[in-house]
Write a protein that binds this ligand. Structure first.
Ligand code: AMP
Length: 362
């Protein structure tokens, strides 16, 4: 079976690598030259808005999926007429606009921070009146890794906020004094079979994911996270891997956003779970029965951002698994990750310390 992937970055690359053992073949579609999925599969180089190129792409493959969610809905809908698209445009549409996404959470009973749309400068004061300060102001569309965000702590900062983000459709969210950030990843098959990965704790640095660690011994919040993500999966009649990012405040979880695709906080599953998020995604979209999502060891994933560390020093650490995406180093760019596995939590801590010691020398 031939699988088409919209986007040719590291997620497409890891999807293809996971799918080849199942006899699947892959072609990616990306407007950029020399994308890193090109090391492992052919890439059609065309614009996402080029409907003729998309249609032709759809005719060359048996099923299409995507590695990033900002494909124009109209183009994705046109493609959906030619070839099965998983997950469907229903999921894509719900995640492209933070206001639509948060409204969906609220309508489905998935707890989320208080929020309000901001279209004009006066709406900022209305949001302060309704939600209080601080507020996190975000662009409704095309934000990622903390880009397009402003934390408004005082009314004196409104000018600065407006200079930075004014003129775009915005959303104000109540600032959540979270204890920690977690995510849950799940996968749903075409028949509606659902599997969950363990809840994963995430740490960010400068708005970019730094470290993810699955809570392999279980966590009391797991049932709530599973309920939230199941509600989403069933509402969207979803097929494939999905990720839901959550804030934990005390015992409560609040949904921040979801990604209709494989997710950075699930990269540990390549070595840390029986079946990786990538393999389960391609299984779902290709109609192959889902694999076991059980964690097989203690593990953690650390992103490589900007530049490569001394890779030999990391490769020499027991349980460290190096992933080079084949991308050119550039400030703030995700160019690889290291998964650390261990038979127990204490050994994992020691190995994480060894890896981060190489990556971030004092
Ligand atoms: P996002 O792009 O929505 O994933 O936000 C990026 C990061 O900003 C999150 O991982 C949080 O660390 C922080 N953040 C986002 N929204 C809020 C909020 N409402 N309250 C507190 N922190 C937030």
């Amino acid at each position: 079976m031939k699988v088409g992937i919209l986007g040719g970055g590291q997620l497409a690359r890891m999807l293809a690598i996971a799918g080849y053992p199942h006899g699947l073949t892959f072609t990616a579609f990306d407007p950029a030259k020399g994308v890193c999925a090109g090391d492992v599969c052919p890439v059609v180089e065309a614009d996402y808005g080029d409907d003729a190129a998309l249609k032709h792409f759809g005719e060359q493959v048996d099923v299409v999926t995507f590695e990033f969610e900002n494909v124009a809905i109209e183009s994705a809908q046109a493609l959906e007429q030619t070839v099965p698209l998983y997950p469907s445009t229903k999921a894509l549409a719900a995640t492209q606009d933070r206001l639509v996404e948060k409204s969906l959470f609220r309508d489905l009973g998935i707890k989320t921070p208080g929020f309000q749309a901001i279209d004009t400068r006066d709406d900022v004061q209305a949001a302060i009146d309704a939600l209080g300060l601080p507020l996190v102001i975000k662009t409704r569309r095309f934000g990622y890794d903390g880009k397009g965000q402003f934390v408004l702590r005082t009314t004196e900062q409104i000018d600065e906020l407006w200079n930075e983000l004014g003129g775009q459709a915005l959303i104000a969210e109540a600032f959540v004094p979270f204890d920690r950030e977690v995510s849950i990843i799940a996968v749903r098959s075409q028949q509606g079979d659902v599997r969950f990965y363990p809840l994963t704790q995430n740490e960010h640095r400068s708005g970019i994911l730094h470290l993810s660690r699955p809570l392999v011994n279980g966590d009391s919040r797991t049932a709530q996270a599973q309920e939230f993500i199941s509600t989403l999966l069933n509402k969207l009649d979803y097929v494939g891997t999905i990720a839901l990012e959550l804030f934990q405040v005390g015992d409560e979880l609040l949904a921040n956003e979801f990604a209709p695709r494989v997710h950075n906080s699930g990269h540990w599953t390549i070595e840390g779970a029986e079946t990786s998020q990538f393999e389960n995604h391609v299984r779902a979209v290709a109609g192959i029965p889902l694999g076991d999502t059980r964690a097989i060891e203690h593990s953690a994933m650390i992103n490589i951002i900007g530049d490569f560390p001394d890779r030999q020093a990391i490769q020499a650490i027991d349980g460290a698994h190096f992933h080079d995406y084949g991308k050119a180093p550039r400030a703030g760019r995700k160019i690889g990750h290291v998964t650390v596995t261990a038979p127990d939590a204490v050994t994992l801590d020691q190995r994480i310390a060894a890896v981060t010691g190489v990556m971030f020398p004092a």
